[in-house]
Design a protein around this ligand. Structure first.
Ligand SMILES: C[C@@H](O)C(=O)SC[C@H](NC(=O)CC[C@H](N)C(=O)O)C(=O)NCC(=O)O
Ligand code: NI
Length: 140
């Protein structure tokens, strides 16, 4: 057995690709339109992780209310530089709900409010401003 993907439903493909690809750094691996089911599937992966650990975005053509499943926690990604990643996300208008005060862990939310955890590769970096004194913002 091997892990394939985590599926999240999204309400806007362009906004989701802007967040997951342009801002977070994932690449679109493939896309499948399913007109008979009135939905589109988009598979994303970090470079080199294609067919190893993917995110499946499901876009239903007919809008549906998606509650926040409290049993679902978050998507987690290891990043080369947690500060640079948070700077890039913040410059793109993403709120850093849990800033990397410890140089290691940060949380943001996707446009559909899916919680995304960012962890520093190799363990904590030295604390640095503005992150070391940045308060939490809302829930993550
Ligand atoms: C391709 C494979 O990885 C899938 O996950 S297809 C699973 C299938 N997805 C859909 O039917 C998408 C549209 C549907 N309206 C939905 O929102 O899921 C499916 O069985 N989905 C049900 C599920 O709970 O995942
Ligand atoms: Ni799937």
């Amino acid at each position: 057995m091997r892990f394939l993907h985590t599926m999240v439903r999204v309400t806007d493909i362009d906004q989701s690709l802007d967040f997951y690809c342009n801002k977070l750094g994932l690449k679109e691996v493939r896309r499948k339109e399913v007109p008979q089911g009135r939905f589109t599937l988009l598979f994303l992966a970090a470079p080199g992780q294609e067919d190893v650990a993917e995110i499946e975005l499901t876009y239903n053509w007919d809008p549906e209310p998606y509650g926040e499943g409290r049993n679902f926690g978050h998507l987690a990604f290891e990043v080369e530089d947690i500060y640079a990643t948070c700077e890039r996300l913040m410059a793109g208008g993403v709120t850093i709900n849990r800033p990397p005060r410890d140089g290691y862990m940060a949380f943001v939310r996707s446009p559909d409010n899916v919680s995304v955890e960012l962890l520093q590769k190799g363990g904590p970096k030295a604390p640095a401003e503005p992150w070391a004194s940045m308060p939490n913002t809302g829930k993550w």
